[in-house]
Design a protein around this ligand. Structure first.
Ligand SMILES: Cc1cc2nc3c(=O)[nH]c(=O)nc-3n(C[C@H](O)[C@H](O)[C@H](O)COP(=O)(O)OP(=O)(O)OC[C@H]3O[C@@H](n4cnc5c(N)ncnc54)[C@H](O)[C@@H]3O)c2cc1C
Length: 512
């Protein structure tokens, strides 16, 4: 069977399948189509499918609205690539503004780097990705209110353990000196270079270690690339409130999906966008199923790690013609690695030293545990009283473990806990109910945790945020400019702003 496709005029697009057009018309007639009804060829079994024929990909016409009276095709307004926080937020705004929108999502679920596990063997919902609301973040809190989703302040005590000993707070004089020196900087530099220059002396070893650990652990950043001025901004922001969503962040994603769906936006799961062929006013997205979706515009919300990925790697999204400026900009922003380890024990042993081990070190009221162990950061679900401990390894340390087997990572986690709580690993293993390792850096549709600011990031974000000929738009946490970088808030704001730009015609200068 010969398959051919061509474009007549811009935005007037028809798929011609030799010997098949007539059949499609007949099917339309027999299926009681009414003007404006969306044609969904996927519901028409007799239409040839390139996956079966192995030939040229077929155009899915579910992106066309066909007015059967005038025999005229109207293309879709926006194809959104990615159903994470940014994509879903944009979809809601665009669909509510009356745009015809389809989201193409590579995974078999929505949420992207937000993924709440509700029935995976844990006794409570657990977060494999985003977990905290890092401050009184306006858009996140507004959406939670709209959705009627509650959030709760986190708490508990922070323990610091280094070289086997409990440590106090880092010396505040050193921190004050660090901030004062950072405030004097007139040119941005990587934080590691800054420390070497200003705090290279031996008496600052502990300060240097704390700063490095903070940049790596919290920002998932490589201190050799992370912007000193961006870290200064983060450290001097006075919003210390932190919250968690008792039912999980997934509820917020479900809300956005429901809202966008109710406004007419459709979603294709398990659909990997492999290539965007574009020209001003028209995009054609080719997917892993060798299907093509056509629209006037595309909004690309894939993670920075995917934009940085090499041609041919799984999840990679190519552009034809290529976008060298965008690619260079994506490379200039940092994208940190992270591994999360979820462990549920039979008892919350840290509370009362449930183990009868001679040296056991209980940590009653534990909220966060910061340490120099191979898996250095741990937290509980405080104030919820559960027996779940979450381990966190981020930055270059996690990057090195990109290809490490999950069982090996679990062993590393248990080794760390054994040394921190002074119990034998075998005892911990016996007490373990369930464990799960999530290596986000190894995930082809994330390729890391979240973006961090490098010295070049400000300029690079500007380049990445500019639309290309009013046709290709970009959004996602990595493009956000503001105090909540690398968060869900960042993704939501970026998605909302991109939708606004598409709807309002506020295009800004074009790149490429
Ligand atoms: C382990 C971890 C912990 C975190 N903790 C927090 C936290 O506590 N608080 C916080 O605020 N933030 C946290 N974050 C960051 C937060 O999760 C992200 O900033 C936010 O979810 C990103 O949303 P996004 O829409 O920009 O990207 P994503 O959520 O990654 O969405 C992009 C979507 O694109 C899809 N995609 C990728 N490639 C393709 C393709 N080729 N074709 C089609 N679809 C594709 C992906 O599957 C994904 O669904 C954490 C992230 C991680 C990984």
């Amino acid at each position: 069977m010969e398959l051919r496709a061509y474009q007549g005029q811009r935005n007037h697009f028809i798929s011609v399948i030799s010997g098949q057009v007539k059949r499609v018309d007949n099917q339309l007639a027999s299926q009681n189509w009414h003007p404006g009804k969306i044609i969904n060829l996927s519901e028409m079994p007799s239409v040839p499918d390139a996956r079966l024929s192995g030939k040229e990909p077929i155009f899915r016409t579910d992106h066309f609205s066909l007015d059967t009276n005038k025999k005229r095709m109207t293309t879709l307004d926006v194809l959104i690539i990615g159903a994470g926080a940014a994509g879903l937020m944009a979809a809601r705004e665009l669909a509510k503004a009356g745009k015809k929108v389809i989201i193409l999502e590579a995974r078999d679920r929505i949420g992207g780097r937000i993924h709440t596990l509700e029935a995976a063997g844990f006794s409570v919902p657990v977060e494999t990705g985003a977990e905290f609301i890092h401050g009184d973040l306006p858009l996140t809190l507004q959406l939670l209110k709209e959705a009627g989703i509650s959030h709760r302040a986190i708490g508990g005590e922070t323990w610091r353990v280094e070289q086997g000993e409990r440590q106090g707070e880092p010396a505040s004089d050193d921190w004050s000196a660090l901030i004062a020196n950072l405030e004097k900087l007139d040119r941005d530099v990587p934080i590691a270079a800054f420390l070497d220059q200003h705090f290279g002396d031996d008496r600052y070893t502990s300060l240097r270690n704390s700063v490095r650990r903070y940049a790596e652990g919290y920002d998932a950043a490589d201190p050799g690339r992370a912007s000193a001025l961006a870290l200064l901004e983060e450290w001097t922001s006075d919003d210390d409130n932190q919250y968690r969503l008792p039912g999980g962040y997934g509820k917020l994603m479900d809300f956005l999906r429901e809202e966008s769906g109710a406004a007419g936006c459709r979603l294709r799961l398990s659909t990997v966008a492999e290539e965007i062929r574009w020209q001003p006013g028209r995009v054609e997205v080719v997917t892993n199923g060798r299907q093509r979706y056509v629209a006037r515009r595309a909004l690309v919300t894939v993670p920075l790690g995917v934009l940085q990925s090499e041609t041919g790697s799984r999840g990679h999204l190519g552009f034809t013609p290529a976008l060298p400026q965008k690619r260079a900009a994506a490379q200039a922003i940092g994208f940190g690695a992270a591994i999360k380890i979820l462990l549920e024990f039979k008892v919350a042993f840290w509370e009362d030293g449930a183990f009868q081990e001679p040296q056991v070190r209980p940590m009653p009221g534990l909220g966060f545990l910061l340490s120099d162990a191979p898996v250095p950061t741990w937290w509980t679900q405080w104030p919820e009283r559960t027996a779940v401990l979450t381990g966190w390894l981020a930055g270059p340390g996690a990057e090195k473990l990109r290809n490490t087997d999950e069982n090996e990572l679990l062993e590393k986690a248990l080794d760390s806990l054994a040394s921190l709580f002074c119990v034998r690993k075998a005892v911990l293993r016996d007490a373990l109910r369930i464990g799960k390792v999530i290596n986000w850096t190894a995930d082809p549709f994330a390729r890391g945790a979240y973006a961090y600011a490098t010295v070049e990031a400000k300029e690079a974000r500007k380049v990445l945020s500019q639309p290309v000929h009013d046709t290709l738009f970009f959004a996602g946490e990595a493009l956000y400019e503001g105090p909540a970088g690398g968060t869900v808030e960042a993704a939501l704001v970026s998605g909302r702003d991109a939708a606004k730009a598409i709807s309002s015609g506020e295009r800004g200068p074009s790149t490429e």
